[in-house]
Design a protein around this ligand. Structure first.
Ligand code: GN1
Ligand code: MG
Length: 352
């Protein structure tokens, strides 16, 4: 059992008034702590997922220092700052060995679970592009790899083959068969981005790692994105993982699991207006493969976790990761059905 929450929150601030769970992350536990002075966000880092939680705080410090060197006017996004414990440490390790860290709370903002207006899609694209631009002059190797194997699709595929070989029982339902067949049909795409990386066609850059819609903070009044959160996976990688991840979350029509082409157009256009300056011919060429791969990869990760007994992604019922996997695969199928439209959109944006 962990120490009581007030005791843990008390490591970071005096006069804690209230502690309430916030967000709906599938990995870490997150709380909003109200105090007599400024509120802050307290998180328990899931150490089954992040092998070296101290590296996450190191990276956040490096990132904040990098941004501090830039002139204020060039930064149009806030990112949370790390708050030290009252003893001056960047995190608190409790007696169970769990790491807790506190970050500043960006007030008067909200996060969205789905896009309801095109302006929101444009804002999400701007925010991701702006983030990539802000870190484009930071050496990718100055950050730790906080989660080795993250977004390495061929690695997820081999893990799936290992697990599915010894979990035939769960694989019998219709949804499970749909997932297994979908993977079999599409597994040839798993290596698309990694082989481009290995051939030197796509460079390592600094990525966010998890730029889904609800990690952008929208100003409550102005509908502009003013902040970006969930920086645990900011590390060296391919910006294509981020673009694919942002699009799979923003363009997902939840009722039908279809891919919204208009949202994709608005998002990519504003992304490229910010980040297009460093985009090469190859970066454009691998956009469609990335858009197709990331939902496939996430489906594969959910399905493997379902087969393994839900050890990675939090669930509230045992079939939830199976359902999540099927949703991602249906989204991926919808992307494939729109391949030529997505490709012509990319060609148009490239010639702007
Ligand atoms: C996890 O915990 P959360 O929701 O921020 C996962 C992402 C997935 C996402 C799907 C470190 O992020 O990769 O896209 O679930 N994060 C990690 O909801 O695996
Ligand atoms: Mg996350």
């Amino acid at each position: 059992m962990n120490a009581p929450l007030p005791l843990i929150a008390g490591q970071f601030a005096q006069a804690v008034i209230e502690i309430t769970p916030i967000g709906n992350g599938l990995i870490n536990d997150t709380f909003l702590v109200t105090t007599a002075s400024a509120p802050f966000v307290l998180q328990r880092i899931n150490s089954r997922v992040f092998p070296n939680p101290g590296q996450i705080t190191d990276n956040l410090i490096t990132l904040n220092r990098h941004l501090e060197q830039k002139s204020g006017a060039s930064i149009r996004l806030q990112i949370p700052e790390l708050l030290n414990t009252t003893a001056g440490n960047p995190y608190y390790c409790d007696e169970c060995g769990d790491y807790w860290r506190a970050i500043s709370f960006i007030a008067d903002t909200e996060s969205l679970e789905s896009i309801t207006a095109m302006a929101e899609a444009g804002q999400a694209g701007f925010a991701l592009g702006h983030f990539h631009r802000l870190v484009s002059d930071l050496d990718p190797l100055s950050l730790h790899d906080t989660l080795p194997g993250f977004h390495i699709a061929p690695g997820y595929l081999s893990r799936y083959h290992e697990v599915s070989g010894r979990a035939p029982a769960q694989a019998s339902s219709t949804t499970s068969r749909y997932c297994a067949e979908f993977i079999e049909d599409l597994e040839h795409i798993a290596d698309d981005l990694e082989s481009a990386k290995q051939q030197g066609l796509l460079p390592l850059r600094i990525i966010h790692g998890d730029p889904k819609l609800n990690n952008f903070l929208f100003d409550k009044h102005g509908q502009k994105v003013v902040g970006i959160i969930d920086l645990d996976t900011v590390k060296p990688g391919l910006v294509h993982y981020d673009i694919g991840d942002c699009l799979r979350s923003c363009c997902h029509i939840l009722e039908t699991d279809e891919f919204d082409l208009a949202v994709c157009a608005a998002l990519l256009e504003s992304y490229l207006a910010e980040a297009g300056a460093f985009f090469s011919e190859h970066d454009y060429r691998y956009l469609y493969p990335a858009i197709r791969l990331i939902p496939f990869e996430l489906g594969l990760r959910f399905y493997t976790d379902y087969l393994e007994g839900n050890c990675y992604f939090k669930v509230t019922e045992p079939e939830q990761n199976l359902q999540r996997a099927a949703q991602q695969f249906r989204l991926c199928a919808s992307i494939i059905a729109r391949e030529s439209a997505i490709q012509s959109l990319i060609d148009q944006l490239k010639t702007r």
